[in-house]
Ligand binder design. Sequence first.
Ligand code: GTP
Ligand code: MG
Length: 302
Amino acid sequence: MTGEQQAYRCGKVALLGRPNVGKSTLMNRVIGAKVAIVTPKPQTTRHRILGIYTDERRQIVFVDTPGIHKGKRQLNRNMVRVAYAAAEEADVLVLMQDASKPMDRGTRMLIERFARGQLAQPRIHVLNKIDAIARARLLPRLAELQRLDPEAVAFVPVSARKGTKVDALLEEISRRLPVAPRMYDADWFTDQSQRQLAAEYVREQVFLAMHQEIPFQTAVDVEGFREQGDGVEIDAVILVGSERHKPMLIGRGGERLKAIGRRARLGLEELLGCHVRLHLWVKADPEWFDKPVKLQELGLHG
Ligand SMILES: Nc1nc2c(ncn2[C@@H]2O[C@H](COP(=O)(O)OP(=O)(O)OP(=O)(O)O)[C@@H](O)[C@H]2O)c(=O)[nH]1
Ligand SMILES: [Mg+2]
């Protein structure tokens, strides 16, 4: 080392992969806050969400994306479009997979698509969830990946949940970022408004509480967001895709909706650091997920 100051680096990194592999978990882990909601269900992330990591050497702007999947609904097609658009505008591509499961056809096809595709940005493969597999299974998996994408610049096994090897991944990313000044203030950690975060925190609780198709046909629209006294007051509408989902979401005596509201409120209070009053309503808008105008209103136009 010469003692010379290293040049500052800054750029965008797209987090890409099939649904449920842990993209949002990784971003939250690096940022140190829940900027993107996480659930055990696939298709949790629906937007492009920025998570901004800044230190004295670099600013890494993570772009979390919806999982790439096949889906016929307009909502699903928009989600996939958002992911590919994020890839195009990034400086580095991180392609994540779930190493705790055998590599499936969808994952293999996705990797081949990027490996043979037009995008020239460096690709880093991340094998996530290594806390959930035996070490011996990792080596053949790495070899398979190298065969599928020999031109990728790095292959990094991590556990986003536990934080294992996440620093090593940050180093691999940083080396590929352009030399450039910060894009965002050092104390910014996401591009989402408090209003958007509130909608997402409510949706997270709906995903956790509901089963079958209900979560996938639910959206949250924050209609009111007011500062009041030492906190905020939020009015949110939970939109369901069918009249028959309404009573299921509300529960007997309103208990289920109350529990959803309570958990979302506690999460928001922790994130925003203030008192939150949250009012929830449920409205049915049959097939909203196939209506371009409604998707536009909800910011899900892709
Ligand atoms: N065991 C284990 N589970 C993990 C790890 N990372 C994420 N998960 C779990 O995997 C599930 C999906 O995580 P998400 O972060 O929502 O995955 P995602 O890729 O953002 O999913 P979509 O938004 O649906 O595309 C959650 O239950 C996480 O807790 C990990 O390192 N180890
Ligand atoms: Mg996600």
